[in-house]
Write a protein that binds this ligand. Structure first.
Ligand SMILES: [Fe+2]
Length: 186
């Protein structure tokens, strides 16, 4: 199939097929969707999508949404540090253009002490166009900073975000619950 004829519906169907095959095993889902995601990254996304309200970012467009799974096209603001946060569901970022400093963390404490969280960075790298990162429970915390003004990602989320998400401050071993929209967390 040529890249031009690969559609968003093809990608959504490929993601759903992998979710049926692998359930919550996000590592296997990632391997199964690498090629379909690459096909979309190699297509022209500049004129498609529907505007959505992003949680941390200024420009975000829905490429696909079915009430649960979503595929969005996101402009990540250059130099803006998005603090470590969780989602409650797997989230995959694939870089369309630019460069993204991206860190994935494992939570080392058991979550029993309110306001306390000990994070350990387990993947810390600069993602280049065509590269992908899967953030999934139990290591579903990430932070990121775009390094260029043209950093765009294709982001796939396997279901609904949990309502009360955690934001973390690793330097102080602390965390707090915040709804990204209600709290106007940027
Ligand atoms: Fe996120």
């Amino acid at each position: 199939m040529s890249e031009d004829s690969y559609t968003m519906r093809d990608l959504a169907q490929a993601v759903q097929a992998q979710m049926v095959l692998h359930g919550k095993d996000a590592a296997k889902i990632l391997e199964g969707i690498r090629e379909p995601v690459s096909n979309i990254l190699n297509s022209d996304l500049s004129n498609i999508g529907v505007m959505r309200e992003g949680n941390h970012i200024e420009e975000s467009r829905y490429l696909y949404y079915d009430g649960e799974m979503s595929i969005t096209f996101d402009h990540l603001p250059e130099g803006k540090d998005i603090p470590p946060h969780d989602h409650g569901i797997w989230e995959m970022l694939a870089i369309y253009s630019g460069q993204l400093h991206h860190t994935v963390y494992d939570r080392e404490d058991d979550g029993s002490k309110e306001g306390y969280a000990k994070l350990k960075a387990i993947d810390d790298r600069v993602l280049q166009p065509g590269e992908m990162s899967m953030v999934a429970p139990p290591a579903e915390i990430h932070s990121f900073t775009a390094l260029t003004d043209d950093t765009w990602s294709v982001t796939i989320v396997g279901g609904k975000y949990k309502l009360d998400r955690h934001y973390y401050d690793p330097a102080n071993s602390s965390c707090r619950i915040a709804n990204p929209k209600k709290q106007k967390v940027v």
